[in-house]
Design a binder for this molecule. Structure first.
Ligand SMILES: Cc1cc2nc3c(=O)[nH]c(=O)nc-3n(C[C@H](O)[C@H](O)[C@H](O)COP(=O)(O)OP(=O)(O)OC[C@H]3O[C@@H](n4cnc5c(N)ncnc54)[C@H](O)[C@@H]3O)c2cc1C
Length: 427
């Protein structure tokens, strides 16, 4: 039996495994596939600052945690400093960039406005632009390697792994999560943490847990720019892309009418970063799943067109790969980190476009709460905020005395201090 079973070997599950194992807990990580199989292996690896919103205070601790990770593992996962250049296409865009500049400065990040000639000094191929905001001293990681760095750190800390093992459901008895059921075995646990990203939706449904995890799909194009076209360490973005509100707007599921009209759902913003091998990673799109099958091509095409608005020569750069990832998100754009339903059941998911950045800080917050209750979890991240009356489930013994049924009456969930909804398996 493990003190904690973690479902999901993405950055969220693995970073939390590191934190818990370092504090002495025995930890087993279960993944249906392998580390990085989900969104974590498909990100752009940018650890961008936020000038407003609930992540502002979390950015510097996250950067610090990535430096500690670099010290802990014998693996270069591409932790590098960079300069973010927020490019403004026109005056209206520049107004938004200036608002971000003010927010970043108020939050203590150094940022400055550049005119077009200063932008061209930094990146000769860019333009025409109305101006830009430069944010020096941001950090990036290699999107492919960062998950392995977290896995290595978790192994060093003593965590164990079950890969290729899908968690089918969480078994709950006497109001307490006790087991994770896989096709081959039941894994006993002191506590269970669900960190399975978008792919855990069927696990949540089978376990009757009221967390509306959505998928926000994003496409990235790997490009091969000519030597010198991308300045090492410069990240080109547009203003406004990092705000959680952007996720909220993109996470709205399509309607039947959207399908009927073949509506384009993807929101696209220019984001280009150089990787250490000289290639570039060009993005990015956001669209709620499910979309009709034609949408991916349109999203990739829209990314290419948006990039050409800022760098005309990009049209000649070979595209060496196109890939998609699905960001786990919740309807309000914020993550769910904390207790969910029965006793000893925890969740950390919905980090949307900032999961790589937030992984180490959310891991610490969750470990504080799990190992040393009540811990101090941000109320805005409370998973219980989605447990509406229509989803509430009331305990009612069946003939075996262990089944659950739906009820409209809220149930006070002991140990959590709030009403919550969940189901109990009788297996
Ligand atoms: C195009 C794109 C660009 C991005 N760029 C950035 C960026 O620049 N910076 C940033 O900070 N973030 C970025 N992100 C977001 C980031 O990648 C995600 O927020 C983060 O990877 C989510 O991690 P996770 O561990 O929650 O989920 P995932 O990485 O999806 O991992 C979940 C894991 O759980 C496993 N799993 C699920 N269900 C089960 C089950 N029932 N049983 C067993 N295993 C299960 C899956 O196999 C998977 O391995 C980007 C995402 C995309 C798609």
């Amino acid at each position: 039996m493990s003190d904690v079973i973690i479902v999901g070997a993405g950055v969220i599950g693995l970073a939390t495994a590191v934190e818990l194992a370092r504090r002495g807990a025995s930890v087993t990580v279960v993944d249906a596939a392998h580390p990085g199989a989900g969104a974590s292996g498909r990100s752009q690896g940018m650890l961008l600052p936020h000038g407003s919103g609930p992540y502002t205070e979390l950015v510097r601790p996250a950067w610090q945690a990535y430096h500690e990770l670099a010290d802990a593992v014998d693996l270069d996962f591409g932790l590098r400093p960079g300069t973010q250049l927020m490019l403004a296409a026109d005056e209206e865009h520049l107004t938004r960039a200036r608002a971000e500049l003010a927010g970043l400065r108020a939050a203590g990040f150094y940022a400055e406005e550049l005119d077009e000639s200063a932008v061209k000094d930094l990146c000769p191929g860019v333009g025409p632009v109305a101006g830009a905001v430069a944010v020096p001293d941001v950090w990036t990681v290699d999107p492919g390697l960062v998950t392995y760095a977290w896995q290595r750190a978790a192994r060093i800390a003593g965590a164990r792994f079950h890969f290729g093992a899908e968690a089918l459901r969480v078994n709950v008895t006497a109001n307490r999560a006790r087991e994770v059921q896989t096709p081959d075995e039941r894994l006993s646990a002191g506590s269970v943490l669900l960190a399975g990203g978008t792919a855990q939706r069927s696990l949540l449904t089978r376990s009757r847990l009221p967390l509306p995890v959505l998928g926000v799909q994003g496409w990235l194009l790997s490009v091969a720019p000519p030597p010198g076209a991308l300045r090492d360490g410069v990240l080109l973005t547009e203003p406004g892309w990092v705000a959680p509100g952007q996720t909220r707007r993109s996470a709205v599921p399509p309607t039947v009418g959207d399908f009927a009209g073949g509506a384009q759902g993807a929101r696209v913003s220019f984001a280009l970063r150089a990787l250490s091998d000289g290639s570039g990673l060009l993005g990015s799109s956001r669209e709620a799943l499910p979309r009709d099958p034609g949408t991916p091509d349109r999203a990739a095409a829209a990314i290419a067109a948006r990039a050409a608005r800022f760098i005309s020569a990009v049209r000649d750069w070979p595209v060496t790969a196109v890939r998609r990832g699905v960001r786990p998100a919740l309807p309000d754009g914020l993550p769910a980190v904390g207790r969910l339903g029965p006793d000893r059941l925890w969740v950390s998911t919905g980090h949307a476009g900032d999961g790589v950045l937030l992984a180490p800080v959310c891991a610490r917050l969750l470990a504080d709460a799990l190992l040393d209750p009540p811990g101090a979890l941000p109320p805005a991240f409370d998973p219980g905020r989605f447990a509406g009356p229509s989803q509430l489930i009331q305990e009612r013994p069946d003939e075996k005395g262990t089944a659950w049924s739906h009820s409209s009456r809220p149930r006070n969930n002991s140990g959590c201090g709030r009403d919550s909804a969940y189901g109990e398996s009788n297996e």
